[in-house]
Design a protein around this ligand. Structure first.
Ligand code: ITT
Length: 195
């Protein structure tokens, strides 16, 4: 038996990755468009978990027919920048300009001091239930954009010598913050509901 989850995101790349990760495990991921929901929740929280809660709850409350909802809030935290852009990763610069702006800001930071990590909070909401799961992916910021895959900051995020944008979808999902958080979500759903 398959389990349906509505993914409260307006980011097509997150939707694709959620499907890659969760569909082989027996979950069908419904998009907001498919559910007929069209909202842009106000991400007023100052943590990834809080913003994911806001997105999941806002969308859950819009549904005519109830179904479990998940939301993802994620971002890149750079040590040399005191953790920025963090929860503001989507607002740091327009899509397509984020990597260049980050490389410019990091241009004087030497190799060895460019540690960074991606963080992802997944929140699961159903009637009477709100649970959060987090995952992290450690790496460093490169000196140039490399690779064509992935999205967002993937072309400048280096892990074991390659950027996430140089990895296949399977390779990225196996080590990513999103993959790690979703693995915990799946363990929870299996344990609590036997799905
Ligand atoms: P929704 O809120 O609709 O889900 P969003 O893109 O606005 O979509 P966030 O507020 O969580 O999502 O912003 C996260 C940003 O962090 C995202 O737009 C990317 O720029 C970046 N990001 C998150 N996960 C990433 C990943 O796996 N690879 C590269 N960049 C990522």
């Amino acid at each position: 038996m398959r389990t349906e989850l509505l993914f409260a995101t307006n980011n097509a790349n997150k939707l694709r990755e959620a499907r890659e990760i969760l569909e082989p495990l027996g979950f069908d991921i419904i998009s907001m468009k498919e559910a007929g929901v069209q909202i842009e929740p106000d991400e007023t929280g100052d943590t990834f978990v809080r913003n994911a809660e806001i997105k999941a709850c806002d969308v859950f409350n819009e549904l005519d027919i109830r179904m479990p909802v998940i939301a993802d809030d994620s971002g890149l935290c750079v040590k040399a920048l005191g953790g920025r852009p963090g929860v503001y990763s989507a607002r740091y610069a327009p899509e397509g300009e984020r990597c260049a702006k980050l490389l410019e800001e990091m241009k004087d930071v030497p190799k060895g001091e460019r540690d960074a990590y991606f963080e992802c909070a997944i929140v699961y909401v159903d009637k009477y239930v709100c649970e959060s799961f987090t995952g992290r992916c450690e790496g460093e910021i490169g000196f140039e954009e490399r690779g064509e895959n992935g999205f967002g900051y993937d072309p400048v995020f280096v892990r074991d010598g390659r950027t996430l944008a140089e990895m296949s979808a399977e390779e990225k999902n196996a080590i990513s913050h999103r993959g790690a958080a979703m693995e915990k979500l799946v363990a929870y759903l299996r344990e609590s509901y036997g799905v």
